[in-house]
Design a protein around this ligand. Structure first.
Ligand SMILES: NC(=O)c1ccc[n+]([C@@H]2O[C@H](COP(=O)([O-])OP(=O)(O)OC[C@H]3O[C@@H](n4cnc5c(N)ncnc54)[C@H](OP(=O)(O)O)[C@@H]3O)[C@@H](O)[C@H]2O)c1
Length: 254
């Protein structure tokens, strides 16, 4: 696919770039400060567009002029506490741009992955994880922006990551086929292999249940980006379109 990647100078986006290329995609990187892109990153990309991710019209123009059929948003950072910062503006700007492109072009929507957070996954007690451990709550706001948008207008997925830790601090921009996705088990709407441990404890059981398990969903960043880049090969046929997606390292999943 032809992918517009926002946030390519960040932890996630920088690793997504070579992974997307390794999976056969052409990547147009959209950054606000191209001088932060190391030369191997620029060499890896098909094109570099300069702009702010808060500027919906500029994102729309980049998608149209580069004839993109997919977008990944890794731009913006969720604050741990509170709902400050630019992420909601970025999220809405990207969603608006994608919907406008679909209206303008007609026909198939763009395939879009948004980086999101673990907290908006469903808990077996019936609410979101975030209701028990209220951190990174901004992701709930972003989910609300797209959850009812028809798939025919915006073929979205939310990557609901817990902590993603790189195996290597240095980014290797050489596109190499990876087997990272094979190390992960995935599930939609709620975390894979979630246990009902401690739920029996009156009143505080749900809080203990989340606290006891959330850290076990940390995954290597390289594997997570391989998962997203590999899924994009399925395009609009992906089983993850219209879903919140959670992953867990297979060896920790039982
Ligand atoms: N890393 C994790 O473990 C983790 C876990 C769960 C969820 N997430 C989510 O994944 C996303 C990416 O995380 P990250 O760790 O890669 O963050 P990061 O390293 O801080 O990168 C953020 C990226 O966003 C870009 N950006 C910010 N504002 C922008 C704007 N107005 N226009 C264009 N680009 C802008 C930054 O560009 P500059 O370089 O120009 O500042 C940078 O490339 C975030 O939404 C985060 O909440 C991350």
């Amino acid at each position: 696919m032809r992918v517009l990647l926002l946030g390519a100078t960040g932890n996630v986006g920088s690793r997504l770039l070579p992974s997307l290329v390794a999976h056969g995609h052409s990547v147009i990187v959209y950054v606000r400060n191209p001088s932060k892109l190391p030369s191997p990153a620029s060499a890896c990309a098909s094109a570099v567009v300069t702009g702010s991710a808060t500027d919906s019209a500029a994102v729309e123009s980049a998608i149209l002029s580069h004839e993109c059929d997919a977008v990944i948003n890794a731009a913006g950072v969720a604050p741990v506490w509170g709902e400050s910062g630019e992420l909601p503006t970025i999220f809405a700007a990207v969603a608006d741009a994608v919907e406008k492109v679909q209206e303008r072009r007609g026909g198939a929507p763009l395939r879009v992955w948004f980086l999101s957070g673990f907290g908006i996954l469903d808990h077996p007690a019936g609410r979101m994880m975030i209701d028990y451990i209220p951190v990174y709550t901004i992701h709930r706001h972003n989910f609300a922006r797209i959850r009812d948008v028809p798939k025919q207008k915006l073929a979205w997925s939310l990557f609901c990551a817990s902590t993603m830790t790189p195996r290597s601090e240095a980014v290797d921009y050489t596109p190499k086929p990876g087997a990272g996705a094979e190390q992960l088990v995935a599930k939609v709407e709620s975390p894979p292999a979630w246990s009902r441990t401690l739920l029996w404890i009156p009143l505080l059981g749900k809080y203990f249940n989340v606290m006891a398990q959330a850290a076990g969903y940390a995954a290597p960043l390289e594997d997570c980006v391989d998962f997203i880049a590999g899924d994009l090969q399925a395009g609009l046929e992906s089983q993850y379109v219209g879903h919140r997606v959670a992953v867990k390292v297979k060896s920790k999943s039982s």
